[in-house]
Ligand binder design. Sequence first.
Ligand code: NAG
Ligand code: NAG
Ligand code: NAG
Ligand code: NAG
Ligand code: NAG
Ligand code: NAG
Ligand code: NAG
Length: 407
Amino acid sequence: MARWQLFLIATIAFYTTDGQAKSAASSRSIASERIGRYKSLLTEHFALPRHPYLNEVNWIKARSAIVEEFQKILHNVPNVTMEIQDFQTEISFVPNLSTDIKGQNIIVTFSGKNRGKATDEILVIGAHYDSEASPLISIDDNGSGVVAMLEVARGLADAIVKRKAILLNTIMFVAFDIQNEFSDGLGQTGGSDFFVKEKLATILDEQPKPGFLGAIVLDSVMNYNSSAGSQVLPSGFDKSFPEAFGQVQVNMYKGNYLNLVTKERLRSLQLDYVIAQEWNKTDTQGQFPLIQLEIRRTAASPALFEFLKQDHVPFWNHNNNPLPAVLLTDTSKWRGVQRMCGLEVCNSTSLLTVDRLNMLDQVVVTLDRFISISHLNDSAAIETGSGTSTYASLSATFLTVLVAYLL
Ligand SMILES: *[C@@H]1O[C@H](CO)[C@@H](O)[C@H](O)[C@H]1NC(C)=O
Ligand SMILES: *[C@@H]1O[C@H](CO)[C@@H](O)[C@H](O)[C@H]1NC(C)=O
Ligand SMILES: *[C@@H]1O[C@H](CO)[C@@H](O)[C@H](O)[C@H]1NC(C)=O
Ligand SMILES: *[C@@H]1O[C@H](CO)[C@@H](O)[C@H](O)[C@H]1NC(C)=O
Ligand SMILES: *[C@@H]1O[C@H](CO)[C@@H](O)[C@H](O)[C@H]1NC(C)=O
Ligand SMILES: *[C@@H]1O[C@H](CO)[C@@H](O)[C@H](O)[C@H]1NC(C)=O
Ligand SMILES: CC(=O)N[C@H]1CO[C@H](CO)[C@@H](O)[C@@H]1O
């Protein structure tokens, strides 16, 4: 069968679920309430740099704020656990001078009905909570990802408690400590690496072996700038990502989009496709284009390596069993002015413009919709629709996309 025919089938399967996903997403809470929560969380806990070496107090405060917020969200939610994963690593803030650091990942697991069965399809949603030493960048990088993750968890908790939706498959929310590599190029083993090797690997080895749907990593998702020319591209971008390069050019180098980073020959293609579909359905005005970047082995360049530093990479590199994962990112320092305060430590709440908060909300609503079609049986809550058929058509879509990809 031709590829376009298969995609057509996928599109039809999705069309049938559209109304339901929308009603599920919009019934949870209104946008102005969500925006209010983003503002207060970002202002109170993520406005200052949280570098483990240089801003230890803020770093530890941010960690407790995440735990407290999760405790509020998880209150009364059945079958949920929160655990702290301790690990020890080294960071080199100055070249060749490493410091031992004790890190902590915060892991929240919503066990689905299929937990402990081979039919489970575990989904991970993760974001790192430490930051670089740079003051201004830290509210976006990666306060925005953490706040989006918390809001998605809150939406899921509401669906389970208030709408009585049934969670079919397991979802893990992980706040990673110690990002994998600081953008100044000093490599280190970060929290996501310890999570994949020491936590996720154990769960995926349990008998009977569960499936793994993938990981969605959020790293800087709020830096919006609609001025032409505000987007700068790292060197070699045109070679590594020719299609995306064309899209950025046509878009007049506006920094108004988000990148969805994926990798060739990995099952993440299924994730990409469904996320992009749900993104497009949420962004009806086309205010926040989604530009896909596919990492290809044959197209190495400095630009390619810019997208191989974040927390999705340990999933891709897992042993001999690469795990599907995608990265959602605004490209952070490559866009607009991120460092207005220079080297001085300042409060970066001036970055919280309406457009930026709306872009953050676009991420949250897209992931809500993704979860509601991939993981929830909402039929108890939505009388007219059937959760079973929603779930079935998502599986059909995944299968279809996979077949199309293999052809
Ligand atoms: C919690 O998990 C157990 C075991 O999987 C299951 O029997 C029970 O129905 C779940 N409770 C809820 C409210 O989902
Ligand atoms: C760091 O160590 C490497 C080799 O271990 C050496 O080549 C390099 O010059 C050192 N850099 C500095 C700044 O000392
Ligand atoms: C957008 O980026 C331009 C640089 O291209 C900068 O001059 C401007 O201040 C930025 N706007 C915002 C709101 O950050
Ligand atoms: C989403 O919209 C973009 C821009 O209109 C389009 O290029 C892309 O194919 C769409 N993706 C999906 C999966 O619908
Ligand atoms: C940053 O500034 C805002 C508004 O001026 C204030 O409400 C907030 O408490 C400040 N945050 C920190 C961490 O100082
Ligand atoms: C979804 O829930 C309905 C009603 O509670 C139930 O009949 C159906 O079997 C469930 N579907 C799945 C896939 O669990
Ligand atoms: C320090 C770090 O890893 N920051 C990353 C945050 O996200 C941006 C955009 O993806 C990356 O460019 C940074 O490297």
